[in-house]
Ligand binder design. Structure first.
Ligand code: THU
Length: 127
């Protein structure tokens, strides 16, 4: 199995999701092959919940990753789960060129790109 999917599967077990019970794991690989992982962390206020993908991106950036090349997202759904809108915006900012692998626990997977799932983005080019 792809090491990035494996990392996302592992970190998913750490998800703090007592409210939705929907656990998500994400893993991101940089240009040096370093892997950064994240799980969703929910909050009793609901709105302060942060998704697995954003945790992984922020960990990568805060640990000095420069180029983010591949992203994997794993959830327990029939069809592989795509990143939410907020995560797409963040993923675009830091890894617009990245490959995106979405997988479920049964091993079903789909590969696309961040660019593909986030057409016509607002970004720094408009500022
Ligand atoms: N969630 C993620 O972590 N990533 C996604 O791509 C979709 C949603 C989380 C947020 C919340 O904790 C739970 O899944 C249900 O929405």
């Amino acid at each position: 199995m792809d090491n990035l999917i494996q990392a996302a599967l592992e970190v998913r077990k750490l998800a703090h999701a007592p409210f939705s019970r929907f656990k998500v794991g994400a893993a991101i690989e940089d240009e040096k092959g370093r892997v950064f992982t994240g799980c969703n962390v929910e909050n009793a206020t609901y709105g302060l919940t942060i998704c697995a993908e954003r945790v992984a991106v922020f960990k990568a950036i805060s640990e000095g990753a420069a180029k983010l090349k591949r992203v994997a997202v794993v959830a327990d759904t029939d069809d592989p789960t795509p990143p939410c809108g907020a995560c797409r915006q963040i993923l675009w900012e830091f890894c617009g060129d990245a490959e995106l692998i979405m997988a479920n626990l049964a091993g079903k997977q789909e590969t696309t790109t961040i660019k593909q799932i986030f057409p016509r983005p607002f970004d720094a080019s408009f500022l």
